[in-house]
Design a protein around this ligand. Sequence first.
Ligand SMILES: [Fe+2]
Length: 231
Amino acid sequence: MIARLPLLPAGECDEIVAVLDKLNWADGLAPGQLYREKVKGNKEIAFQMSPQTAPADELIKQINNAIMSSSHIRTRMFPKSMVNPRFNLYSDGGFYGPHADSAFLGDNRRQVRTDYSMTLFLTEPDSYEGGELRLTYPSGEEMRLKEPKGTLLFYPSGVMHEVLPVTSGRRIAFVGWVESHIQSQQERDLLTEITTLCDDMMADESTALGEFHTRALNVKHNLYRMWWKGQ
Ligand SMILES: [Fe+2]
């Protein structure tokens, strides 16, 4: 499932970009020069990257809080933890070729399974050429996504994806990876459906807290008991 939702107002995105404009971007983190040349040609400011980029750390914490407290995200993705948050910049032909995200990210102390990848767009789509996020499914079906600033995209990390070259302007975004409390996409979808059903029954006076609603709640809670992993 892909989630697309407005997370930040446009003005807040502009304020974030204004802070980032005062900082130094580094070459995107890559396992060697060959990967940088062939696959990953962007710039990044990562969480706790350097004392000079400390102002970005505060922004990352704020964005993280906004994502984790979003009811839309909580009821669909069941986020447990986020890893490797960072801002990235594509300009002057910058790109990120087709790739698979690593199954686990983090350091020796803490490894996080990547169930979802996130992109929060921070610059307007008409301010740059190219820069579409392209997802390619095993069936060959593809999606090209280029969203208004302030829009957050959640997409499954297991789908091959890329950022097409930005041939003019600047594409600035926030990215991160999320482990879900529920590993299986099928289970996540069922939990979302039963939770939505219970909420709808609660909102309807003719069904709220009646026998059918109560039985649906019982099923919902038992499914959570069965599938929920971690605190
Ligand atoms: Fe990726």
